[in-house]
Design a protein. Sequence first.
Length: 235
Amino acid sequence: MRPRLFLRLSCLALLVAASLVRASTVGDTYAKVLADNGQPKNIIDAGSVKILGYPGFTIKVRDGLVVSIKPTEASPAAPLPPPAGAGVPLPHPYETTEHAYSRLSAERQSAVDSVIAIVNQPVPQIPMSPNLRPGWWGNGWFHEGASIPDYANVDIRVTQEVVQFMKYRFISSPLNPGVVFPGDQIEFNANTKLYYQDRNLPKKRLTQDEMVEINRLYRVIAKCDSQLALLKGPQ
């Protein structure tokens, strides 16, 4: 390759790399994240936890401080990644088994925490009044128990259930005296039920972007489970 062409390509590579650098770091305040990166494309707000979506990466904020920064897929509509586990490399070279186990366990827990934050967003509550005439949802919102999702393959967009709630403009249950919920903002999903925390409340209807993000997080969990199983070896 001619020296001048090589120099031009090197400069171009440096410019592209610089454009992908994120200004924020773990430990930054929420205010500094906004000052450094501007307003996010979307925000998932679950009380003390916020997930800020920027082009190319997401920032998780807990109690006002950044706890993680992760790259995202170029497009939410991209095909789901292949099942985890096939051809997955073992831990980084020269990393001890104990260190690798701790790293993978922390990565898995971070993904689980993000799923919990998305799934348990509150549904708007409206005070009960005589003219609302809500529908009533049995003796509670959910049956006992929950199945473990097929983290490597499931697409939760397929198993989202909303029709049964949309029949009612407002809906409530004996668990929620004095309040009703908009029927078109509630869902049930057998593949996220494992992470329902307060089962006395209905669960928010997730957007397409939120479900794609959970699919991505499930693939992270599957990858970690596969590598942790390799580290444990035969039982």
